[in-house]
Design a binder for this molecule. Structure first.
Ligand SMILES: [Zn+2]
Length: 224
């Protein structure tokens, strides 16, 4: 690997705009895959850039994800919704205490994958209380789900004090030349941010007291 092919992590973390409205996500020019990425765009936007009708619709489904998150081993809940019918097709919640890769989004995608007849992935929107980690966003890309809506960003969860792989979901999407989609952040973050902040506090409290070495998913870390 040459110096030029090294991705600047600071640049990747600015993928989600802080201004209202949709913008095309641009991959760092020194990234190895920058050339093919110019063929299409990943739209990354915040709740503020939406019409009030659209925002209200997204908030309705995020509230369902929020309720699932409260039942998870960590506060990640997800619902997958058919965009035309508005039907909730699948649900998921973090079950990291069972298997560390059972994130809420993975759980929901696995549940959708079991349905017969197979679902129309391209008609789905995935809602998740926390921004998709690189593993979950990769699963979204492979499933071909073209829209993701999240509450709290990876950056915020990290700031609250929980370890994160600091590679945001637009960066993952942009690294897949075959994928086109839209990522909306900050829906109901006034509810999801405190949920993650409280989780982070419990984790840190447990860590300082040297209690419950079960890590992220131990009993000590559950909401009381
Ligand atoms: Zn994940």
């Amino acid at each position: 690997m040459t110096d030029k092919s090294v991705v600047d992590r600071r640049k990747l973390l600015v993928g989600i705009p802080t201004v209202a409205g949709a913008v095309a996500f641009s991959f760092p020019s020194n990234a190895p895959s920058a050339k093919p990425l110019s063929r299409r765009t990943i739209q990354s936007m915040t709740a503020e850039g939406l019409s009030s009708d659209e925002r209200t619709r997204h908030e309705r489904y995020m509230a369902m994800a929020f309720d699932l998150a409260k039942k998870g081993a960590a506060p990640f809940g997800a619902v997958i919704v058919h965009r035309e019918s508005g039907n909730v097709v699948c649900k998921g919640r973090n079950q990291g205490d069972v298997n560390p890769i059972y994130h809420g989004e993975i759980d929901a995608i696995i549940n959708c994958g079991r349905l017969k007849p197979p679902i129309e992935w391209e008609m789905m929107t995935l809602y998740t209380t926390g921004e998709c980690c690189p593993m979950c966003m990769s699963a979204v890309v492979w499933a071909g789900i073209p829209e993701v809506v999240y509450g709290t960003s990876i950056k915020s969860i990290s700031t609250f004090g929980v370890d994160q792989i600091e590679f945001n979901s637009p960066s993952v999407a942009a690294a897949a030349p075959f994928y086109e989609g839209r990522i909306i952040g900050g829906i109901l973050k006034e509810r999801t941010d405190p949920l993650f902040e409280a989780w982070a506090s419990r984790l840190n409290r447990c860590k300082h007291r040297d209690e419950d070495p079960g890590g992220l998913y131990g009993k000590c870390n559950r909401a009381s």
